[in-house]
Each structure stands twice: as C-alpha cells, then as structure tokens.
Design a protein around this ligand. Structure first.
Ligand code: FAD
Length: 377
C-alpha cells in the first residue's frame, strides 16, 4: 500500500474522537485519512450506553473528570457546539435525566451517521491497518501493517485498552511523551465474597459510599448488580472511576439499601415488613450478619463490604491514564514536544464519570483539534 500522497492530516484510530477530527478537517478542505487497525470504525460507539449511546452529560461538567485541566477545552467547546456537530451529522439528541442520547435511543443511529458522513465527504479510510511506528516529522511517515502513509499532521486517536481495545502508547515513545500507565476505570469492583454470598444476579437501586482508610471518599446512588466476586452496575462502575485515582489497599464499599429514607420513616418501614423490603437473599445476608436486632437497621443503611480490587481492562468501559496532558497545548491539543502532532480522546490522561462524560471528552477534544488543524493550514 505504499503511496506517494502526503495527506494534510492522518488520524490514527477510527473511534469517536478520531472520526470527529477527520470530519471537521475534511469539511474545512484538508486532505484527511483515517487509519484503523480493526475492520470497522466506531466499535465502542456501538456498544456504548448499553446500546443507547449516552453521548454527553449535562450540568457541572468540569467536576466529572479526573483533572481540572480540561476546563480550557470546555470553555471553548460547549454543549451547544457538540449538539450542533451532531445536528450536522443528522443525529437529533434528547436529554433524559441529565444525560444526552440520540433521539432513537440506538447507538447504531450515531454510528451510521458517522459512516454516512465519512462516505459523503470522501474521507480516505484504511481499515485493518495497524500503525506500528511513527517516524520523522516533515512529513511524518507512518509505518503500518500495510505499508507507509505520509502526512503533514498526525492525530493520535488510539483510545485505550479498555474492553479489548489496543494499548498503542508505545507509538509515542519516539517523541519522548510521558504516560501514566492505563488502569481500569468504570469497571466492576472485586470484593470480599463472605458477605455477598447468594446475591449473584440480584440487581437493586441503592446508595453506596466508598470509604478509604475509614474516610468517606464519594457517595452515589444508582443501580448495583451483585456478582459472584463483587459488584457491578452503574453505581459500582462510577465509584470505581473515583477509587482508581487513589491507592486503594484499604477500601470498603458501604451499601445503603434504602437511600433517602431515614429516621421515623425507616423505623416504620422496618416495623411493618423487613422481609417485604428487599430481595430475600439480601434479607438473609443482613439477618445472618447482624449480631443483635439493633444492628439490623445499621446494616440496612451501611452494609460494609471490603474491596479487594477493580476488575481487569476487558471488563472496563474506560481506562484511567494515558498521555500526560501537560505535554500538550491545552488550546489546540498539539504536542509541546513535537509540532504538528496532536492527541484526542481516551489516549490522553483524561477520564470521566458515568453519564456520557467520556464520549463528551472524545467529541470535545476532536472538535478542538479539527478546528486547530483548519486554522493552521
Ligand atoms: C461497553 C462500553 C460502554 C460505554 N458506554 C459509554 C457511554 O454510554 N457514554 C460515554 O460517555 N462513554 C462510554 N464508554 C466510553 C467511550 O466509548 C470511550 O471513552 C470512547 O469511545 C473513546 O473514544 P476514542 O476515540 O478516544 O477511542 P476508541 O473509541 O477506543 O477508538 C480508538 C480506535 O483506535 C484504534 N487503534 C488503536 N491503536 C491503533 C493503531 N496502532 N493503529 C490503528 N488503529 C488503532 C482502535 O482500534 C479504535 O478503533 C463506553 C465504553 C465501553 C467499552
């Protein structure tokens, strides 16, 4: 596949962030190529949000990320800018409980819109092509499994190793970029199994607090799914993304089986029917664990389970870690170490909580780089 074309921009990775950059760059007249190692684009868009694609969050965006440095990006790219990008793709959005979804509730709608746009704009797409090495700079020479590709600008959009993705961080070593190693975030929590026996498959709405060395770290309410080796569900995933930012050798999760209910109301509920309040296995676990009747109430509000780890990258939706953000110019996401080299999306050391914030970062960073490239040419 050796070709003498020198592209204005080569985007490595055909995921959410890479597709966004390539579309904006091509719309502004740049000759763009997307190089994707798998045989299709947008694999994670399709599986996102349980097939619904929770593509953006709302409200206080900045606090949902591991770093405040993203402030600069979101001061330039607003929710309205992202909405406009999707309207231009032909995807109408709706807001549901503080989360944005495609109106169809189908992630395939989003992926199809991206594919149609890539086709309509005639963006070169090299599928089943793994980028193995990036060399030189003017132009860059990308050694791939199918020959060399030359480009004036290169965008690193290779994502992370979450959910059987590929960790391509070695690609950037030649430009002396530093990385924080990837660790699973938004992944099930592995726990001591003694106090969750018999609960496998039980799914409830609950509150939960992560406690580190006896100090509460974060409390959330959401769905929790008991597994044979720990807890999953949106609540556990969300807490894992906060826990991963700390050393967690002495962590516990305290489950609140009746969030928002306390005092007299709790006493009344317990008096009327403990058995009718929860799944029978939850009741059995609480009764087995309570040393005396007064402890039952305490366990209902604060059921402690020791956390022994976070599940592996295959079960993670996102990885925490990646290329250090301080080595990139925050207004363009161009490398400070190598001009005309850019990075977007999850390959950067940015991860967000559940609620659409990871895809939101992919689109927002993609828009910033797409615009920066267009200004530069
Ligand atoms: C099951 C699941 C559900 C999720 N649900 C949500 C959700 O509802 N809301 C939300 O905000 N986020 C969600 N996420 C997270 C979100 O999907 C990701 O954060 C986002 O897709 C990251 O986009 P990206 O472009 O940075 O990386 P990716 O989408 O991972 O794209 C990177 C691409 O680069 C390619 N690549 C890697 N290395 C190379 C190489 N050397 N050469 C060529 N190509 C390469 C990969 O094959 C991949 O296609 C979910 C993730 C998973 C796994």
């Amino acid at each position: 596949m050796q070709s003498d074309i020198v592209y204005d921009v080569a985007v490595i990775g055909g995921g959410a962030s890479g597709l966004t950059v390539a579309i904006i760059a091509k719309q502004r007249g740049l000759k763009a190529v997307i190089i994707e190692r798998s045989d299709r684009i947008g694999r994670k868009i399709l599986v996102s949000g349980n097939g619904r694609c929770n593509l953006m969050g709302d409200g206080d965006i900045i606090s949902k990320y591991n770093t405040l440095d993203i402030k600069e990006i979101f001061s330039v790219v607003t929710i309205d800018n992202i909405k406009s990008f999707f309207y231009d793709l032909g995807v109408y959005l709706k807001l549901d409980n503080g989360r944005y979804y495609p109106y169809s509730d189908q992630s395939s709608t989003v992926l199809t819109a991206f594919k149609n746009k890539v086709d309509a704009l005639n963006i070169d797409l090299k599928l089943s092509t793994n980028v193995l090495q990036i060399k030189d700079s003017q132009p860059f020479c990308l050694h791939t499994s199918n020959g060399c590709v030359f480009a004036t600008n290169v965008v690193l959009a290779t994502g992370s190793s979450a959910h059987m993705g590929q960790d391509s961080l070695d690609l950037y070593k030649s430009y002396n970029h530093h990385v924080r190693p990837f660790k699973p975030a938004l992944a099930p929590l592995i726990t001591d199994t003694a106090h969750i026996r018999g609960l496998k498959g039980v799914k409830i709405r609950a509150g939960a607090t992560i406690v580190l060395d006896n100090i509460p770290l974060a409390t959330r309410v959401g769905d929790i799914l008991f597994k044979d080796n720990g807890v999953s569900g949106s609540l556990a995933l969300e807490l894992s993304s906060i826990l991963v930012r700390h050393a967690h050798s002495n962590a516990e999760i305290y489950i609140d089986f009746m969030p928002g209910i306390d005092g007299d109301e709790l006493d009344l509920a317990l008096k009327i029917a403990l058995n009718g309040l929860f799944h029978k296995e939850i009741v059995a676990n609480i009764l087995k664990r309570a040393k005396n009747p007064s402890e039952i109430k305490k366990l209902i509000k604060k059921y402690p389970i020791k956390i022994t780890g976070i599940a592996s990258s295959d079960l993670a939706q996102v990885m925490s870690g990646g290329l250090l953000l301080n080595e990139f110019n925050l207004s363009t996401l161009e490398s400070k170490l190598q001009s005309k080299l850019y990075a977007v999306g999850e390959v950067l050391d940015v991860d967000g909580e559940c609620g659409g914030y990871n895809l939101m970062w992919a689109w927002a960073s993609g828009i910033v780089v797409g615009n920066a490239l267009s200004r530069q040419m």
